[in-house]
Ligand binder design. Structure first.
Ligand SMILES: [Zn+2]
Length: 269
């Protein structure tokens, strides 16, 4: 990992507050810094972890906070959640994430859509970057975003761990969304995903670990711990730069710049 020193590398979606990282969090942050991962978009998933995400951002300038309610936790949103989220957004520099829609989630779709739509409205009104999760609901997500875009300019929007078709990619790019790719890209069997990645306009691409989940394919050996961490993003950058046939340094720099544009309102001047 020493060849990353001096580089500025972005991890565009992860969960440093995850309890699975609690005992090793300082080491994880130190290894990320040593690997050149100089910026991480850290996403909350439920009301219960908002304070922790904000706390991590207050102790590390590399951590950019996103607070929101993930579809899996849409059932846990308590009365007044929207007011509390609005207050945090109005008093701190943070984006909204991780939010979205998930067909495999036990929470009723109507409830998921309600929680998602309210957070989308909030991001639109406050012009905050959005980090979106979508599994099995591509058509519906596209409909909601296209509808919203007719009413008001969409806030900066990224789809995390993108796994949609080429057609969905094109529609989302037309809406001005960024597509964030994760370790699936490093799996040679994920041919469609790799093809879609290569076809995505370079200025719309972001890369993420989604740590502590989604360990890169090449790192999945019996000897490695099962948890993913931001320092591992180099494996993803290497594979992605090779797929695009772009020089690694140049590619890391381009993705960093994409992240600066996407999260512009959250970054220190
Ligand atoms: Zn995530």
């Amino acid at each position: 990992m020493n060849d990353m020193v001096g580089r500025h590398c972005l991890d565009s979606h992860l969960h440093l507050q995850d309890p699975r990282l609690a005992a090793i969090r300082n080491d994880v942050l130190a290894r990320a810094a040593a690997a050149g991962v100089a910026r991480m978009f850290c996403n909350a998933t439920a009301e219960a972890d908002w304070a922790e995400v904000l706390g991590l951002a207050s102790i590390s300038a590399a951590v950019i906070p996103f607070v929101g309610i993930h579809p899996w936790h849409a059932g846990t949103a308590s009365a007044g959640w929207e007011k509390r989220l609005t207050m945090i957004l109005e008093t701190s520099r943070c984006g909204i994430g991780e939010i979205g829609l998930d067909r495999k989630c036990p929470v009723a779709m109507e409830r998921q859509e309600e929680i998602f739509s309210r957070q989308l409205q909030l991001a639109t009104r406050l012009k905050r970057p959005l980090s979106l999760h979508c599994l099995g609901c591509w058509g519906r997500l596209r409909e909601i975003l296209e509808h919203q875009a007719k009413i008001a300019a969409l806030p900066p929007t990224m789809i995390h761990s993108f796994s949609g078709s080429s057609e969905i990619m094109q529609r989302l790019v037309r809406l001005g969304c960024w597509l964030s790719f994760s370790a699936g890209l490093t799996d040679p069997k994920r041919e469609r995903l790799r093809r879609v990645f290569v076809a995505t306009p370079l200025h719309r691409i972001l890369l993420e670990t989604d740590a502590p989940d989604q360990l890169p394919f090449a790192l999945k050996t019996a000897a490695t711990p099962p948890l993913n961490e931001p320092a591992n993003i180099l494996a993803l950058y290497r594979e992605a730069a090779e797929l695009r046939q772009i020089d690694l340094e140049n590619f890391i720099h381009r993705i960093w710049n994409n992240g600066e544009i996407y999260a512009d309102s959250l970054l220190p001047r």
